[in-house]
Design a protein around this ligand. Structure first.
Ligand code: HSE
Length: 405
């Protein structure tokens, strides 16, 4: 028997409990031994008929000091007490499986090293892309490749909001309100709409792809709060869609990473990823283009990924699987070197002559029902070149980057 403890009985924790219960026979066969949830830690009490009551525990000490527990699932979210508790479990040789992207982005390399020192495993498939397998493919299936690009729709809330704005012609605030009412967006949605959640996820993927610690604080991050219904109309007129993308790539030995809304064309593999779905595009120098698509959040999809980690941990008790993510910091190249086209809206008093003097040959975009402004797309140029040129204008309404694909 393999005894498991689950830290947290929230959405994901109750999902893991349910998945292990529902698919127990098959999961146990794959793990090689019966998988049994011995404890679920939560400070709350639950209704008498909730099956969790049989294993509910209020004291972390009981779990960490129980030698029968070999695998701990951490699904509390946030840095503390998760960091302290996960560290303590690993120090006692217990493997840990987590969905906690804040924890993994900040302490992933350190916790992997701690797991290795104690012949345990630290797995975090569900920390990026919910139910989409992406961490294990990067670590194992793509070990023959040098990764050249990872670009993903990594946040379901913002993808839902942008899809709704596009499909129904609504503005940001009313879609956000609707998403909150439906439970798709948090009451405090900053982490999603400001891009912080996607930032942590691309930091994790970039660290894994390039084998060194990428600090999420170093990644230029822009959310979707400034995207308007007019921007969406312009995008549609150009047969493009606006997506919040987390992207990192390697060129000339340098690694670039950023999170921002981007206009992408119909040829881009992420163009038609809608609603709460996530997708991650990966390019390897041998395998070429790959796409990973699925539910990036939600109880059972996320629990599916966590439970698969439990099975992998069970198969590898006492044997640390190597995961290349060292604590050496990877210095990211300046975003100024990133090349894009830029879609710019300016007040109508700006003359075309001034625009073309600064940017050269641009393509103008006009919409019948939008007056009082001039909108155009620049040629492909480095971000720093654009920032230098745009300084001369005091009439800028907005700018959205365009993906060159
Ligand atoms: N808030 C996240 C999202 C949940 O909307 O994608 C999954 O990390």
């Amino acid at each position: 028997m393999i005894n498991v403890a689950i830290l947290g009985y929230g959405t994901v924790g109750s999902g893991v409990f349910e998945v292990i219960k529902t698919n127990n026979e098959m999961i146990s066969k794959k793990a090689g031994k019966k998988v049994h949830v011995k404890y679920v830690l939560d400070k709350r009490e639950f209704p008498a008929d909730d099956p969790v009551n049989e294993v509910l525990c209020h004291n972390f000490e009981t779990i960490v000091s129980d030698p029968e527990i070999s695998i701990v699932v951490e699904v509390l979210g946030g840095i503390e007490p998760s960091y302290t508790w996960v560290s303590q479990c690993l120090k006692r040789g217990k493997s840990v499986c987590t969905s906690n992207k804040e924890l993994v982005a900040k302490h992933g390399a350190e916790l992997l090293a701690l797991a290795a020192e104690n012949n345990a495993n630290f797995f975090f498939e569900a920390s990026v892309g919910g139910g989409i397998p992406i961490i294990r493919p990067l670590n194992h299936s793509l070990s023959a490749d040098e990764i050249t690009e990872i670009t993903g729709i990594l946040n379901g809330t913002t993808n839902y909001i942008l899809s709704k704005m596009s499909d129904e012609g609504l503005d940001f605030d009313s879609v956000l309100k609707d998403a909150q009412e439906k439970g798709y967006a948090e009451r405090h949605p900053e982490a999603d709409v400001e891009g912080y959640d996607a930032c942590r996820k691309i930091a994790i993927l970039t660290s894994l792809a390039f084998g060194r610690q990428v600090d999420f604080e170093d990644i230029y991050t822009e959310g979707i709060t400034k995207i308007t219904d007019k921007d969406i109309k312009y995008a549609k007129a150009m047969n493009k869609s606006i997506k919040l993308l987390g992207t990192s790539c390697k060129a000339d030995g340098k690694v670039y990473a950023m999170v921002c809304p981007m206009m992408i064309g119909q040829n881009h593999p992420l163009y038609s990823v809608k609603d709460v779905f996530n997708a991650i595009f990966v390019n390897g120098n041998m395998v070429d283009d790959l796409m990973f698509y699925g539910r990036g959040a939600g109880k059972l999809p996320t629990a599916s990924a966590v439970t698969a980690d439990v099975v992998e941990a069970a198969r590898n008790l006492g044997n640390t699987l190597p995961i290349l993510w060292s604590q050496d910091k990877l210095e990211l190249a300046s975003t100024g070197e990133f090349k894009h086209q830029f879609f710019v809206r300016m007040k109508e008093e700006t003359s075309r002559e001034e625009i073309e003097k600064a940017f050269g040959k641009v393509s103008y975009v006009t919409l019948e029902d939008v007056k009082g402004e001039v909108a155009f797309v620049t040629p492909l140029m480095k971000e720093k070149e654009y920032q230098q040129k745009i300084k001369a204008f005091e009439t800028v309404i907005s700018m959205i980057r365009m993906n060159a694909k």
